[in-house]
Design a protein around this ligand. Structure first.
Ligand code: ADP
Ligand code: MG
Length: 694
């Protein structure tokens, strides 16, 4: 690989565009070669206006009938409208930012080729901001008459211009490029070398199979996907091995400790709980830090596992920090830990931001002096000024509510590198866990404590609301406890808050004989706590709530849940909510209410909730419906966005990438073998780009 000149000297670029390209890390033609399309458009054939299907992106060609520059949009802004006809139909192309220079390109009577998404608006066929592929007789072999690449947007460079730059680059530089992955990796991944793919990837030959390309399953694309997935797996593998090399304080258990803990257990651990306890205690006994994710469905009993780990730490004279996402949850954990430790000289402290400055100062002093053994709290734990004397075990509950930075902050509070246990009740599909938590070892509790009856779930449209309500009411009047959950959509927090309040007021009048409580995120934590306590005690029997109730709250007597506007929730989130009921031995029911308009479609999507109580299956379903972007935790994971890959579609290649990354790390961790020289350079440039974009 020889050094290539600056991108500026590629035909059609120049200093202005060069600067814009540099902003995306494209400084040389070689960088441009490795700036790949994220998709393709099939523009091999002009589509007649009559057969242009709404929702599809197609090229059309027609004669200009009218150019109107005076239109006013909704905001009163002027927009440009160009009406064309091809003899089979008409189309109105619209640009919502009127520019005279744009309008001047169109002349009535001339022919124009446009490409864009076909839309139907009030029975009229439209395109908004289409690409202009040629006015009159201009010929454009790069942008027309072929399967064209669609590149990720670069601000300030129109797609057409970018495509032309890439065309020049590919023609001049592609042939000289050499694959940097060594043959053994390509073989293991089952993908072709890049020099066989570069040209095809940017500008597929006319004979290419458009469907295969669009589904990203052509071999050159697989090569790209492998590159992307492999890079992530490599970063994670390095992180994992880096952590393994750090020094931690070993916290070995012995017979006496285990006996003591066993005697205090209020119930027999399930086999799954026992297995994960073993995995965790084994990790903690080592002189390198544990870095473990504990996955277990809602109600599977993760808290007791955390408590066991903290007991071992305590007996070894170390402090434990347990961080939970909400105050309610931190308080609940504190209560449980205190109960489990009764009679033992374990000092447990609750640290939340609702302590008064004076209390906080005192709490911090106790922690600093090592006079408390277990600190349970919210984000307050990782704030500046909180210094542990000897924290050697960090536990994060409902991990998906926190990001990698917070995880790191908690680790930073420890003595040496603390052992870290992160727990989540959001079952994460294996494929996603591999990218999200690839730097963690994973334990799974895949078994529920005995005596639970699975929650019966029913998706109900609004027309049958009365039947549902009769059922809720009957249960309440018979002494039961119920939740009504309203969605909390971020943008309209106030709106849904009002909904919750309104519902609350209405119900208080409808059934005055039943204690009703209201719980939402805007309440002070003291208020929340008191409502939750009254609900736990049964003074409040119907709890109207927004999703704050979602996380970890435990009220075994609640047997009915009604979720309003269930269609607004993701499946995994519904599963979390549903986990609030069915915690006792009595049969429970969960009604998922959907609006009449959304009825059919929503009901179909939600029906999986009726069929299974298995959080992992639901998560898989959720992932394939919504994709990973919406998945809890993905945004905060610090993993770069995937451009080419789709972890559901490419699950197989993902698994292989992980294996290959591990093998490479074992064989040549510093990439010093000559065979890996090109790979090393590539990864360094990726690391630099990733750092620059942060
Ligand atoms: P989660 O995994 O959702 O955090 P919890 O730890 O809150 O679940 O446990 C849910 C409920 O199950 C609690 O009331 C807990 O006491 C109870 N529990 C946990 N493990 C067992 C077990 N092995 N046998 C019986 N009950 C259990
Ligand atoms: Mg929990």
């Amino acid at each position: 690989m020889t050094e290539t000149p600056s991108i500026q000297y590629v035909k059609g670029v120049g200093p202005r565009l060069a600067e814009k390209l540099a902003g995306r890390g494209i400084k040389t033609p070689r960088d441009a070669l490795f700036f790949f399309p994220k998709g393709y458009e099939d523009r091999r054939r002009i589509v007649s206006l009559r057969s242009a299907t709404p929702g599809r992106i197609v090229p059309v060609k027609g004669q200009i009938l009218a150019v109107r520059g005076g239109g006013r949009g909704w905001g009163g802004r002027r927009f440009l409208e160009v009406v064309i006809s091809d003899g089979t139909g008409r189309l109105s192309a619209k640009w919502f930012h009127f520019r005279p220079s744009l309008a001047d390109r169109f002349r009535v009577g001339e022919t124009v080729t446009l490409c864009g998404m076909v839309r139907l608006f009030q029975f009229q066929t439209e395109m908004h901001h289409p690409e202009i592929l040629g006015v009159a007789h201009e010929d454009d072999p790069v942008n027309m008459g072929r399967i064209v690449p669609v590149y990720p947007d670069i601000e300030g460079i129109p797609p057409r211009t970018l495509r032309k730059i890439q065309w020049e680059v590919v023609r001049k530089y592609a042939a000289a490029e050499r694959e940097f992955f060594p043959p053994w990796m390509l073989d293991a991944a089952g993908v072709p070398p890049i020099h066989e793919s570069l040209e095809t990837l940017h500008f597929p030959p006319p004979s290419a199979d458009a469907e295969t390309l669009l589904s990203f399953s052509a071999p050159p694309q697989q090569r790209l996907i492998f590159g992307e997935l492999f890079y992530i797996q490599w970063v994670l593998a390095r992180r994992r091995s880096g952590v393994r090399k750090e020094a931690a304080e070993p916290l070995p258990w012995d017979r006496a400790i285990v006996e003591e803990i066993k005697q205090r257990l209020p119930f027999r651990l399930t086999d799954a709980q026992r297995r994960v306890v073993n995995e965790i205690l084994k990790d903690m006994s080592r002189s390198h830090p544990m870095h473990r994710l504990l996955q277990g469905d809602v109600g599977s009993g993760k808290t007791i596992v955390a408590w066991v780990a903290s007991m071992v730490a305590w007996r070894k004279g170390a402090q434990t920090a347990l961080m939970a996402p909400t105050e309610i949850l931190a308080e609940q954990h504190t209560d449980r830990f205190i109960a489990l430790c009764s009679g033992l000289p374990v000092r447990i402290l609750l640290l939340t931001s609702s302590l008064s400055p004076k209390e906080r100062e005192r709490a911090r002093e106790e922690i600093r002096a090592g006079r408390v053994d277990v600190v349970i709290g919210t984000h307050a734990i990782i704030q500046e000024g909180v210094e542990f004397r000897k924290m050697a075990l960090g536990i994060i509950d409902e991990q998906h509510r926190f990001g990698v930075l917070q995880r790191a902050a908690l680790r930073g509070k420890g003595r040496l590198s603390p052992h870290l246990l992160v727990m989540t009740a959001t079952p994460i599909p294996r494929t996603l866990a591999m990218t999200l938590y690839g730097d963690l070892d994973v334990s799974v509790i895949d078994e529920m404590p005995p005596g639970r009856t699975p929650v019966e779930t029913r998706v109900v449209t609004d027309v049958r609301r009365k039947e549902v309500w009769d059922r809720v009411r009957r249960d309440l009047l018979a002494g039961g406890r119920a939740y009504i959950v309203l969605p909390l959509v971020e943008e309209s927090e106030t709106l849904s808050l009002r909904d919750a309040r309104k519902t609350y007021e209405r119900l208080r009048q409808a059934i005055p004989e039943v204690g009703i409580g209201l719980l939402h995120g805007r309440m002070k934590s003291g208020e929340k706590e008191s409502v939750m306590r009254r609900f736990q005690k049964g003074e409040v029997r119907l709890l109207v709530s927004t999703t704050v109730v979602e996380v970890g709250v435990d009220v075994p007597d609640a047997t009915v849940m009604m979720v309003e506007h269930a269609e607004r929730f993701g499946l995994s989130q519904l599963h979390q909510l549903r986990g609030r009921v069915g915690r006792g031995s009595r049969p429970s029911v969960c009604f998922l209410m959907v609006g009449n308009e959304q009825g059919e479609e929503a009901a179909a999507r939600l029906s999986v909730m009726e069929r299974t109580n298995d959080g992992f299956r639901i998560a898989e379903e959720d992932l394939s419906i919504r994709g990973p972007g919406d998945f809890a935790g993905v945004r905060q994971s610090g993993i770069p966005d995937l451009v080419f890959s789709d972890i559901v579609r490419d699950a197989r290649l993902l698994g292989k990438s992980r294996e290959i990354a591990n093998r490479l790390l074992a064989r040549d961790p510093d990439l010093s073998h000559p065979m890996h020289a090109g790979l090393k350079r590539w990864m360094e440039s990726k690391d630099a780009t990733a750092a620059a974009l942060e």
